[in-house]
Design a protein around this ligand. Structure first.
Ligand SMILES: [Fe+2]
Length: 504
């Protein structure tokens, strides 16, 4: 394996240098002709070939996605990806996945695509979209009636390079102030389709959809369809692993188009997973290049120094949502650790009865997959969450559903957060089927099942919320798990109040 890796590394270096430095345009022309010849059959067999986590499957997938993007450069990237996956071939073996669902952009280059929205502060919304035309304006026109735009917001655009891929223009523009619980109609770059969004409510109740490890397979499509475009929820929370592009940048574009019907209508608040890192063992590429450029979150508004961890208020401050970064430094003295300390200290639990945390690698997990990967972060941060009386911690990463009781430091504790793993959105790697029966945390695990699906947290009022898990493989969205939660802060206030009355 070492020898193969060394040969592959040398080959990649040569190809990379040729690709970057070779002045011969003829080389490009030859490659383009070669790819144009295989493009049509590649497109035809794309869904069949882009299966599995096997090295050959991913390598073929790279070639085919490259052909789809009309980019000979993806060949070099594919070789790199092949080596990357070889190094991980001894990891957990997963069941066969569902084929990729690839979405093409068949409209003019100036038309917006991959539209998604995210909350910014108390009453504004960031609109993000991509145009292949890099001169398209970063403007959003909007109003409360279809086709009647009474206001506009102007932002800017960025692009990024990944290896030899160059993105389209990635626009971000903030609109507001907006009224709560109100539908707005909007258009991006003064071209293309009109979109509709509904702003979250300014008071409780509020309903969050939670999905992790989404990907872009038939399972993903099923999850999105179960969530529904009708929008009987207010905000979507995603604890990492979005596109599973895994270095194949056109898959980020395809993912953006797949989720657009939902992500353009309700705010999608995300944090990063390991599949967003996209570094490679040979070539020096900045981590999170695609993720940070495409999925900009409200870090400035929450005083965070990084797009990889931030927080937001919902329902007029009745709920505070903290998005942590499992793949940013989290140890004591790190920026994230300091920021979390400051962010939690600012939460006034008399005004904010609900405190919710999301992160990618679970701290508690009885599945065979990814055992112990969240342990270092747990040791560094669990006490802070416990002392702040966090109500619930959502994680992804493990491709299954698991709900624990309230826990602190590996013991059941009624003052600790409830832990829920919801990494079953529908990615190409398949499900993590094996739970460990005699795991040391098994007695803390109250429900576990390896099926794709999504969850909903409906905060009814300042004391009560209900969590439901909806499994995909039912024809209709069926609730497989349900639990009622009581706010830890509200419970403490009631206890303190009763004690005060008794003392009087
Ligand atoms: Fe993951």
């Amino acid at each position: 394996m070492c020898k193969i890796a060394r040969v592959a590394a040398a080959l990649i270096r040569v190809l990379y240098l040729v690709a970057v430095a070779a002045p011969a345009k003829s080389l490009v022309a030859v490659a383009r002709v070669a790819f144009s010849l295989v493009n049509a059959p590649c497109l035809r067999y794309m869904n069949q070939a882009a299966r599995g986590r096997s090295c050959t499957g991913n390598f073929c997938g790279d070639l085919l996605v490259g052909a789809m993007a009309h980019s000979w450069r993806m060949l070099v990237q594919g070789l790199t990806s092949l080596m990357f996956l070889c190094a991980r071939a001894d990891e957990y073996v997963r069941p066969p996945p569902s084929p990729l669902v690839l979405m093409a952009h068949d409209k003019p280059a100036s038309h917006p695509q991959q539209v998604h929205i995210s909350v910014v502060g108390a009453n504004s919304m960031r609109i993000s979209w991509v145009t292949d035309d890099r001169s398209a304006p970063s403007v959003v026109e909007y109003g409360t009636s279809p086709g009647k735009y009474t206001a506009s917001g102007t932002g800017n655009h960025t692009t990024y390079h990944y290896f030899l891929y160059k993105s389209g223009a990635i626009h971000h523009a903030t609109i507001g102030p907006l009224d709560p619980s109100t539908s707005y109609y909007y258009r991006c770059s003064k071209a293309g389709d009109e979109f509709t969004l509904r702003t979250p409510p300014a008071t409780l109740p509020i309903e969050f959809v939670v999905i992790g490890d989404l990907g872009q397979t038939g399972w993903t499509a099923s999850t999105l369809s179960h969530i529904g475009g009708g929008g009987d929820y207010d905000m979507l929370l995603l604890p990492g692993d979005l596109s599973y592009a895994d270095t194949r940048q056109p898959l980020w574009d395809s993912f953006g188009r797949l989720v657009q019907p939902l992500a353009s209508a309700r705010p999608w608040m995300v944090t990063e997973g390991n599949h967003e890192i996209e570094t490679l063992p040979v070539v020096d590429l900045a981590p999170f290049a695609a993720y940070n450029a495409r999925w900009r979150m409200p870090r400035e508004e929450s005083g965070s120094p990084s797009n990889l961890f931030y927080s937001l208020d919902a329902a007029g401050g009745a709920a505070h949502v903290v998005m942590l970064g499992s793949y940013a430094a989290f140890g004591e003295g790190s920026e994230q650790h300091r920021w979390l300390e400051m962010d939690l200290a600012r939460v006034d639990r008399r005004r904010t009865p609900w405190l919710i945390v999301l992160l990618h690698a679970p701290w508690y997990n009885t599945n065979q997959a990814h055992q112990g990967e969240g342990e270092r972060m747990r040791l560094a941060m669990e006490r802070m969450l416990y002392e702040a009386q966090v109500d619930v911690v959502f994680a992804g990463h493990v491709h299954a559903y698991e709900r624990f009781t309230r826990i602190y430091d590996n013991e059941a504790d009624s003052r600790g957060p409830m832990y829920i793993t919801i990494g079953d959105g529908g990615n190409r790697e398949g499900l993590a089927l094996r739970f460990i029966k005699d795991h040391k945390s098994a007695h803390l695990s109250e429900f576990r099942e390896a099926s794709f699906g999504h969850g909903r947290l409906r905060i009814v009022n300042e004391t009560t919320a209900v969590w439901t898990w909806h499994r995909n493989d039912d024809d209709y969205a069926t609730v497989r798990d349900e639990v009622w939660l009581h706010s830890l802060a509200a419970a403490k206030r009631q206890t303190t109040g009763r004690r005060h009355v008794n003392e009087l």
